[in-house]
Design a protein around this ligand. Sequence first.
Ligand SMILES: Cc1cc2nc3c(=O)[nH]c(=O)nc-3n(C[C@H](O)[C@H](O)[C@H](O)COP(=O)(O)O)c2cc1C
Length: 453
Amino acid sequence: MNIKMDPMGRAIADYWKTKTMVSTNRQADRLRVFSPMFEEDEIPLTTLFRTYENMPKIEQKALDMATGKTLDVGAGAGCHSLVLQEKGIDVTAIDISPLSVATMKKRGVKKAFEQDFFALGSQQHVFALEGQYDTILMLMNGIGIVGTLDRLPEFFRLLDKILAPGGQVLCDSSDISYVFETEDGLIELPDDMAYYGEQSFQMQYKDTIGEPFPWLYIDADTLRERAARSGYAVEVVAEGEHYDYLARITKKTENIMKSFKSTAWILPQPVLIIGTYDKRGKPNAMNAAWGGQWDMHEIMISLGSHATTDNLAENPEFTVAFATADTMIASDYVGIVSGRNTPDKMEKAGWTVEKAPHVNAPVFKEFPMTLECRVKQKIDESETGYYLVAEIVNILCDEKYLAEDGKPDVEKMKLITFDPVHHTYIQLGKAVGNAFADGKQLMNEPSGEAGRK
Ligand SMILES: Cc1cc2nc3c(=O)[nH]c(=O)nc-3n(C[C@H](O)[C@H](O)[C@H](O)COP(=O)(O)O)c2cc1C
């Protein structure tokens, strides 16, 4: 801001120089405030230099609540910053008025900068942002600098950047609807008015006249509703004597966990292709997602009543292949068509069949890896099926899919998993860490960090 356009700064500087009211009688020596909405007013310069004892209750409350690294926005003559500094709080004061900043420094504010709040976090900030702030203080109708309701989203986006996790904004404002109160006590707002708190002001001190600027007075309900849209919560922590209030704005952190009724949503689920021979040695395959490891050498599959179950009753040996992106269509096909009524099911699937070396069951050569299994136990057997527990007799892996260490390379296989929520198949991606190893990083960290990693 050009100092020739800085009436507030000039008044503050003059007052500090003389440490006394320059002249209360002469119009030109007062900090005059003009607005289309209100009668001409003035800001008594003594209030800009007030001590804690002379501050209104809501400001005292805000200063009592300030903790941690604090940013005093629109700090003026620095009266709030000085109180906090005195209390040992690490406070940074910013103001767009160069003469105010110069005066603050003379008064002993250690960190005072000429800085537009809205330029913080962009390339235009004049001081290095030292991380985020635990408290952002905006007093003397401080949230007014937002100017209009439409600018609130920008304000909250800036908070996303500069407010530390768990941090707070302490700001005051007023509900000025009383201005529109009729003699009958009704509030009558002009029809053509956007929001009654959106005002415009201009200041003059001696011959220094500032630019008109927009100023927002916002009632607590509107602030609460607008803040919620941007993910912030507003709590009114104190009320003043004249429709003014102190608000504490914090980021909403609670996770909204929606409930769903019980269903088979273990994630991720495998896509297992079970291969069996019928009593005549004709191969069959079915798709199964409800299966997994049972013990070190055993697997479990929840089996319904299928051609596969018929085959296992005759011959308790089978294979389990892991479906891939390349075999996905036929893998789904064998899960929706039964060998009981589709004699050419396996011809349609089109897989190359070979007898497994260790069990009497088919191996489908298009799959990179196959378990050779033998039924060990049928749990809860009924006409609708049973839980099958089977021993893993041997594991076959196509040499193409071996890693350099000679073991199966799961990343190479393009394996798919079944998404039971949307009934899709999802291809596995890259390895993201090392099991039984990466977790060790947290062993010596303070608690609370683990959940974020
Ligand atoms: C994605 C998917 C997962 C399936 N999971 C299972 C399962 O875990 N258990 C089961 O008995 N059937 C499951 N099925 C159904 C069988 O694969 C299906 O009934 C098949 O037609 C049986 O073939 P079959 O009668 O030739 O043996 C699944 C099907 C699909 C598509």
